[in-house]
Design a protein around this ligand. Structure first.
Ligand SMILES: Nc1ncnc2c1ncn2[C@@H]1O[C@H](COP(=O)(O)OP(=O)(O)OP(=O)(O)O)[C@@H](O)[C@H]1O
Ligand SMILES: [Mg+2]
Length: 241
């Protein structure tokens, strides 16, 4: 496979602004990025630089103002509402800071929602959910409800829900922002391992520069564009405004 064929996410010239007091304030300003199959990327940047805005565009939740975006060769910009909904369900796995699990569903049932939304055969969903939860270390907690799980365990369920369909792209917005440092590190490790195993392109938005020591690349969002961070070790300085 050539390098070009391995590119899963290709974005260029992406712009997005919001009107503020009558003026348009640019958040993304001709942003460009390219991510290969199975590659993991950490995105750092001070608060308000547009990290969540970027993830929402990549995930087909919000439209960009202009620019190009393709995922697995599919032109996302051209999709209508129905096409975008399908793209989100089939190609994108989202992981949020506060888990967003459904409280009335068990761990297995929560994960099955991710499987079924992607249109996978429902008779295989239960096994797929149990298998991925087991590989995330939750073999003994499969049938628990979210409130019966710790924060770190709930986030592992959310990771399983996002990944069970083997999405082309996994978008995680401060996924460990609510966890203690030790649990955060272990959870990140599991997320990276699972995404690698499923060959999903993984984008982790984080305020924790040390996560970049574990991803393939670190990018810093600044002035509406992404800058490549050569050394994860130097991330703290770059991270400061
Ligand atoms: N719906 C909206 N309407 C107007 N302005 C918005 C909207 N959403 C985001 N913004 C503005 O866009 C900028 C980027 O917001 P965004 O949430 O993407 O930042 P962020 O990098 O994720 O910040 P944080 O690290 O605090 O989560 C901010 O200045 C924010 O106020
Ligand atoms: Mg944000």
């Amino acid at each position: 496979m050539s390098k070009q064929e391995q590119v899963v996410v290709a974005v260029s010239g992406l712009t997005k602004g919001y009107s503020q007091g009558g003026a348009n304030v640019a958040v993304l300003n001709g942003l460009k990025m390219s991510i290969r199959r199975g590659e993991s990327v950490a995105i750092l940047g001070v608060s308000g630089t547009g990290k969540s805005t970027l993830l929402n565009i990549l995930g087909g939740i919000d439209p960009a103002d202009s620019g190009q975006m393709s995922v697995e060769g599919q032109d996302i910009v051209k999709l209508d509402a129905e096409g975008l909904a399908r793209y989100r369900r089939e190609k994108v796995g989202f992981i949020f800071q506060f888990y967003n699990l459904i409280p009335t569903l068990t761990a297995v049932e929560n994960v099955m929602t991710g499987w079924e939304a992607a249109g996978k055969p429902s008779n295989l969903g239960d096994k797929a959910a149990r298998d991925i939860l087991a590989s995330l270390g939750l073999r003994d907690k499969l049938d628990r409800f979210p409130e019966q799980l710790s924060g770190g365990e709930q986030q592992r369920v959310a990771i399983a829900r996002a990944l069970v369909k083997r999405p082309a792209i996994v978008l995680a917005d401060e996924p460990t922002g609510n966890l203690d440092p030790k649990t955060a590190a272990a959870t990140t490790e599991l997320l990276l391992e699972q995404a690698r195993q499923f060959a999903s392109a993984l984008i982790i938005v984080t305020h924790n520069p040390s996560i970049g020591q574990h991803t393939d690349r670190t990018l810093v969002l600044r002035n509406g564009v992404l800058e490549e961070q050569q050394h994860a070790a130097s991330a703290p300085e770059a991270y400061a405004a």
